[in-house]
Design a protein around this ligand. Structure first.
Ligand SMILES: *Cc1c(COP(=O)(O)O)cnc(C)c1O
Length: 340
């Protein structure tokens, strides 16, 4: 099987398993797991922040960050396709008492003037905007990389308005590799970031919230409240540390492979190759002779798995467990189906 559904389907490599076996551990609720502490320090330093907190999932990392920035009854502003809005099963409202307002998404692009027009100041009736969240790379946007200049402009605008800025950076690694922007340059623009080790980097579990020491101390309390206080979790932190050391630079290969898929499918009108910058290839079946589900079924019968996100929307994602030969094979299967 060539599994192109998601970059979450990767399995630990032998080297990663070895790192997990060798990990020094302790009770992390007591702050005594040396491997977790090392991972948290390492990731905080990568982004130029004071501290970081290891969480079981990216959703928990995002939700902790949102609770740090937005009080109960306060407002989060995000784009309509954001993961924090679309894929976190209403957690901001259900767990944080956070009211969410959205600006219309345009394929993961960031229009700072548009966002600025949505910022709402303190008022007698209105819910004041406490935080803005952006996603880099943008998942539903198709792995879009937000330009550093636009992010800087957004930072200026939100600072002026006294509004906090959060980055859902589940795939910030991909943005860093695609644009060559140092992680620190991203880090300095945000009050909080959530970053994921279990997507492109290939760790089995784990994300982190990155922020100031003061906020991370509060984050520790929120994590415990959410049931995310873990014990000898250094076995997982070791996988994350291994992933950061060995699997960051190789994301460029995933990007090249996604580009090959995009170029191969472009003649069939399924992909706009200019939009594919990282490891996600969005498929648009509006002009195709078959729908997304029929395509996915036919591909699965021939050993290639793809995601169906809507009747006419599909998605391919490259990752650690897909090599060049797998891409050859997938292209062969796709072109055979589309040529019918
Ligand atoms: C996957 C993902 C997350 C976190 O997802 P979990 O499955 O909870 O780890 C957050 N944001 C984006 C953009 C993602 O793609």
């Amino acid at each position: 099987m060539v599994d192109l559904r998601s970059d979450t389907v990767t399995k630990p490599t032998p080297g990663m398993y070895e790192a997990m076996v060798q990990a020094e551990v302790g009770d992390d609720v007591y702050g005594e797991d040396p491997t977790v502490n090392a991972l948290e320090a390492e990731v905080a330093a990568l982004f130029g922040h004071e501290a970081a907190l290891f969480t079981p999932t990216g959703t928990m990392a995002n939700q902790i960050a949102l609770q740090l920035l937005v009080p109960r009854g306060g407002e989060l502003l995000a784009d309509a396709d954001a993961h924090v809005v679309t894929y976190e099963v209403g957690a901001a409202a259900a767990l944080g008492g956070i009211s969410t307002r959205t600006w219309p998404s345009s394929g993961g692009e960031l229009d700072v003037d548009l966002v600025a027009s949505y910022l709402r100041p303190d008022g007698f009736h209105a819910v004041a905007t406490n935080a803005v969240a952006v996603e880099n790379t943008h998942n539903r946007g198709g792995g879009t990389v937000l330009p550093l200049e636009a992010l800087r402009e957004l930072r200026r605008v939100t600072l002026e308005a006294g509004v906090a800025l959060h980055c859902d950076g589940a795939r910030i690694w991909h943005a860093h590799i695609a644009d060559g922007v140092p992680l620190r340059a991203y880090g300095e623009l945000f009050d909080t970031l959530a970053v994921c080790l279990s997507k492109g980097l290939g760790a089995p579990v784990g994300s982190l919230v990155v922020s100031s020491a003061e906020r991370i101390a509060q984050a520790r309390v929120i994590r415990k409240r959410l049931g995310g206080g873990m014990r000898q979790v250094g076995v997982l932190a070791a996988a994350g540390r291994y992933a950061l050391t060995h699997h960051l630079e190789r994301l460029a290969d995933d990007h090249t492979r996604a580009r090959r898929l995009a170029d191969a499918l472009a003649p069939y009108g399924l992909v706009d190759p200019a939009r594919v910058r990282t490891n996600i290839v969005p498929l648009d079946f509006t002009k195709a002779s078959l729908d997304a589900l029929s395509f996915a079924r036919a591909a699965a019968e021939q050993g290639v798995r793809v995601s169906v996100l809507g009747p006419r929307i599909g998605r391919l994602v490259t990752h650690l467990d897909v090599n060049d030969a797998d891409i050859d094979r997938a292209i062969e299967v796709f072109t055979r189906i589309l040529a019918r």
